[in-house]
Design a protein around this ligand. Structure first.
Ligand SMILES: Nc1ncnc2c1ncn2[C@@H]1O[C@H](COP(=O)(O)OP(=O)(O)OP(=O)(O)O)[C@@H](O)[C@H]1O
Ligand SMILES: [Mg+2]
Length: 420
């Protein structure tokens, strides 16, 4: 079951004047459990710049909403004003139910990949937003991860392409199948092998071995120096343990970019933070780390809160030596392959690792309202919506079911109050 803290994913937002001439902010969130949208309308005076209020409201009241509710209006005191089964009027916000999906034909590079139709996969569990555990219906013992994200199509597009282009590597989970809609050959997502050991963010008790850190720095050397790409998102939740091979596995290539000096440095800095988080279990710090310099870690205590197969100092020394070695290689200019991918542009600009831009919108259509309306009517929309977790897996939920600890949600008072 998807953790309610991450279940409501920001999808799109805009501001407009309401019928009384007051500025209101409308934000669309996707409920990743049911794969359906919610629209939250609130007065602009709440100054919800990060668009977090709607998410907080949904986290508190989702259990009480009837399935047809689409729109929730919040007043200036952050109290529930109204709910409705309709989408907000004049709302052009893109939501999961009308997300555009790329045609398989739009990328020649993907034509030879193994493909599977969505209907041939059977859901076994919902692990994370847009990450499900599935089995192929013809071989129920083969578990795979289905990754999709209709709300962030570009990340998905890049991840499918880079996985398809990467030569096989013992520490990278390869592409398994591209998943297509049944009616039209539209790309919904892709599958990868299910790595049973889990990741190093959720699993806090697993021993961490020095050989896995070595594997991480080796796979980064390989990506940076041989392939010419930077991963862009090294963190404990993207590092899996594979009990079958006793190896570390790197996943989540949605933020991959060309291996510019800047992006390489970022990968190396993130590796320091990842090691810090793995050892200390201080994962709270991680989402905000990007703005830090690794120098902050030098002064911080590193309490060893996870079992390790060596001293923590040995792991840190491994990283120090790695960074030093890489700096020296840079000085002597032996990173010959990187020169093939100059500048900091994205991979598409490189010669060997190239794929087409994702095209979802037809320019001509956009310029002409009548054409746009006609196209909208004809447009293929994938039925993303699915039953709630409780409906799909009643036996799992009934075991866990407890009375909700908060009161009925007729007045979801939130922390944030309007400014006086
Ligand atoms: N092949 C796999 N085997 C086992 N678990 C996986 C696999 N792929 C993904 N997961 C699990 O799903 C989580 C999310 O996957 P992934 O990082 O690819 O998605 P994401 O949408 O980019 O997530 P985030 O934005 O949180 O990084 C991982 O942290 C991991 O726990
Ligand atoms: Mg991830």
């Amino acid at each position: 079951m998807i953790d309610p803290v991450v279940r409501f994913q920001w999808t799109s937002g805009s501001s407009r004047m309401d019928e009384f001439g007051k500025e209101v902010q409308t934000t669309c969130y996707t409920d990743a459990d049911q794969r359906r949208p919610y629209f939250i309308i609130l007065p602009a005076e709440l100054e919800d710049e990060d668009e977090l209020i709607g998410c907080t409201v949904l986290q508190r009241i989702w259990q009480y909403l009837s399935p047809d509710i689409q729109t929730i209006k919040i007043d200036k005191n952050c109290l529930l004003e109204s709910i409705s089964n309709d989408r907000p009027e004049e709302c052009w916000l893109e939501s999961i139910s009308d997300a555009r999906l790329p045609l398989l034909d739009s990328s020649p590079g993907l034509q030879n990949c193994p493909k599977v139709q969505y209907s041939k996969l059977v859901e076994v569990d919902r692990l994370e937003p847009f990450v499900d555990l599935m089995v192929h219906s013809d071989s129920t013992d083969r578990q795979v991860i289905f990754k999709y994200n209709p709300c962030r199509p570009r990340f998905l597009w890049n991840e499918i392409h880079i996985l398809q282009l990467l030569p096989s590597h013992p520490n990278i989970v390869p592409l398994d199948h591209i998943v297509l809609a049944d009616v039209e050959a539209r790309i919904l997502g892709f599958t990868t092998r299910f790595v049973k050991g889990g990741d190093f963010a959720k699993n806090k008790t697993r021993l961490f071995k020095v050989k896995w850190l070595q594997q991480l720095t080796d796979v980064l050397d390989y990506l940076h120096l041989e392939v010419g790409v930077a991963h862009g998102d090294i963190q404990p939740k993207n590092l899996l343990f594979d009990p079958e091979t006793d190896n570390l596995q790197l996943i989540d290539f949605g933020m991959v970019s060309s291996a510019s000096e800047y992006c390489i440095q970022e990968d190396m800095d993130l590796t320091y933070f990842a090691l810090y988080a793995i050892i200390t279990l201080d994962l709270e710090l991680f989402p905000t780390l990007r703005s830090y310099d690794t120098a902050v870690l030098k002064d911080k205590p590193w309490p060893t809160n996870r079992k390790l197969d060596c001293e923590a100092s040995q792991l840190r020394k491994h990283l120090d030596d790695w960074v030093k070695r890489r700096k020296e290689t840079r000085k002597t200019g032996s990173q010959a392959t990187i020169k093939k991918f100059p500048g900091s542009g994205r991979i598409e600009e490189s010669e060997t690792l190239a794929w087409p831009e994702l095209e979802l919108y037809d320019e001509e259509e956009e310029e002409d309202d009548a054409k746009a309306e006609e196209a909208e009517r004809k447009r293929y929309k994938f039925p993303w919506r699915r039953p709630s977790y409780a409906e799909a897996y009643p036996e799992r939920v009934s075991k866990k079911r407890q009375a909700p600890d908060s009161e009925a949600p007729d007045s979801p008072v939130l922390e944030k109050k309007p400014k006086a």
